[in-house]
Each structure stands twice: as C-alpha cells, then as structure tokens.
Design a protein around this ligand. Structure first.
Ligand code: HXC
Length: 258
C-alpha cells in the first residue's frame, strides 16, 4: 500500500508505522491521521502481526496537529465535523499491543498519539510537551486526561499551563515513558521489546492489555474483580496450559496462537 504521509513495513511479527512528513516535523494533518488510522486498523486485523511500533524521524515524532490546517477553522466548522474525529483515537482502540518509539519532538497531538500507545520508548533526545496554550487552545485529543493520569496533576498542569517541554529523563521519572535509550539505539531497542511482545501468545497478550487498560477506566475494586475473572479465563486458553507445562519441563513454550 502506497501512502503519502507515512511508511509501513513489517519485520517478522512486528509492524512499523513511520510518520513521514519531514518538511512539517510530522505535523498531523488530516491526510496523515487518515493514513495512520487505516494502516493501524489493517495491522490490527492481521493475525500475523503481534506488535505495532509507531515512530517518526530523528528530529520529530510529531510536532502536533497541523496548525496551518487548523488556523482558519471556526467554532461552527470544528463542531460540525466533530474535530477531533474518531480517526485520532484509532491508536487508543487497537487490540494488538503498540509501542511509540519517540525521538525529538512529541508535542501537542504528537504527545497525545504517543500516549495512546501501550508504552513509550524514548530516545534521550525526546521532548514531550502540550504547547497548545501558547497558540490559544488546549489539548484536544486526550492530553489533559492521559497526561494527568500518567504524570500526576502538578507536572501535567505545569506542561499544559506553561507549554514548556520536558526532556526524556523527566518523562522517565514521571512515568510517562517506559525506558530511555541512547539516540542511536532507539529502533534497535524498541524492536527488541516489540519482538518479545509479539512472541507471546496473542490471546493472552490481548486480555493482559485489556486488563491494564481497565485500570484507567474504573475503581480499584472493580479493576481487581475484572482482573481475577480474566485471570480465571486464561485457564481456558491452550497456551496457558502450554506455558505452565513448558516451565515444568524446563523447555521453551511453543505457543499455538501466535
Ligand atoms: C504545522 C508545523 C508544526 C505544526 C512545525 N511545523 N510544527 N506546521 N503544524 N504543529 C512546520 C513549521 O511551520 C516549519 O515549516 C517546519 O515545520 C519546521 O519547523 P520550525 O519551527 O522551523 O522548526 P524548529 O525551529 O526546529 O522548531 C521546532 C518546534 C516548532 C519547536 C517543534 O516547530 C513548534 O513550536 N511547532 C509547533 C508545536 C505546537 O505548538 N504543537 C501543538 C499544535 S496544536 P516551514 O514551512 O516554515 O519550514 C495541537 C492540538 C492538538 O497539537 C489537538 C488535538 C489533535
């Protein structure tokens, strides 16, 4: 499939979607968002893919929604088209595990898309920010919500109210990213992690991801109850039996559903 604003490739069971609009630091224009959504949905539906990596360039994961495309919209326009459309949320609604590999700027909508993935691996050059306040608006694709859940109120307020960026180390300390790696190692390390995730039993991976996500949406008591039921349900999977038998026999599991 030929895309204008992204590039896609697969390596073994890992799909890589690269945002590719370098002249605008991968600003998320409507065309890019539509292509990203299409590619992600196709990989999500492909049983041979066990993990999806979203990345950008060395300089920018994405510098936000396309300000030039947005600047002349009126309230009537954004209300009528329900801007941000569901296309923006595709990343958050996939069953396949996702990883954002972030180098350089992840700002505004770029930070929001990264936060929609299951984990962020950051190059030491990464910079995260919600600078919408500096252009007279606020985050519109979950930034005030996901950032606050990820880093807590004080740092989220600081980022949203000043528009200042945080560096990779600060993002790591705050829990926004899972790991920071030297700039040259970003894709190698991300693909190592993605390969590991993609090598697990897929049905177990899917329910594990679902259970972690429930932590964001419900009370602790409800979440723990949900987890226990899903834990019980894993005993219906062939691969649960295989995993435990393989451990006892001191061999590697041979997953049936990979
Ligand atoms: C459109 C953008 C852009 C953006 C950069 N460019 N960000 N175009 N929308 N978000 C374009 C610039 O206009 C410029 O085009 C080219 O990319 C290179 O950018 P420079 O500014 O020259 O690069 P640099 O000096 O290195 O500065 C990098 C930067 C800066 C700090 C990232 O570009 C910047 O502040 N960008 C905007 C960041 C931002 O405010 N993002 C939030 C957007 S609002 P030309 O043609 O001049 O070469 C948002 C709302 C989300 O995301 C709501 C829901 C989706």
């Amino acid at each position: 499939m030929a895309y204008e604003y992204i590039a896609t490739e697969t390596r073994d069971r890992v799909a890589i979607v690269t945002l590719n609009r370098p002249q605008a630091l991968n600003a998320l224009c409507a065309g890019l968002i539509a292509e990203l959504g299409e590619a992600l949905k196709a990989f999500d539906a492909d049983p041979s893919i066990g993990c999806i990596v979203i990345t950008g360039s060395e300089k920018a994961f994405a510098a936000g929604a396309d300000i030039k495309e947005m600047k002349d919209k009126t309230y009537q326009d954004v209300e009528a088209e329900d801007f941000i459309t569901d296309d923006w949320e595709v990343t958050a609604n996939l069953r396949t595990p996702t990883i954002a590999a972030v180098s350089g700027f992840a700002l505004g909508g770029g930070c929001e898309v990264a936060m929609m993935t299951d984990m962020i691996i950051a190059s030491e050059t990464a910079k995260f920010g919600q600078p919408e306040i500096t252009i007279g608006t606020i985050p519109g694709s979950g930034g005030t919500q996901r950032l606050t859940r990820a880093v807590g109120k004080s740092l989220a307020m600081y980022m949203c109210l000043t528009g200042e960026f945080i560096d990779a180390e600060t993002a790591l300390r705050a829990g926004l990213v899972a790991k920071v790696v030297p700039a040259g190692d970003l894709m190698e390390e991300t693909l190592r992690i993605a390969g590991k995730v993609a090598g697990m039993s897929q049905p177990v991976t899917r329910v594990c991801k679902e259970a972690v996500n429930v932590a964001y949406e419900t009370t602790l008591a409800e979440g723990v109850r949900f987890e226990r039921r899903v834990f019980h349900a894993t005993f219906a999977f062939d691969d649960r039996k295989e995993g435990m038998e393989a451990f006892a026999a001191k061999r590697k599991p041979d997953w049936k559903h990979r």
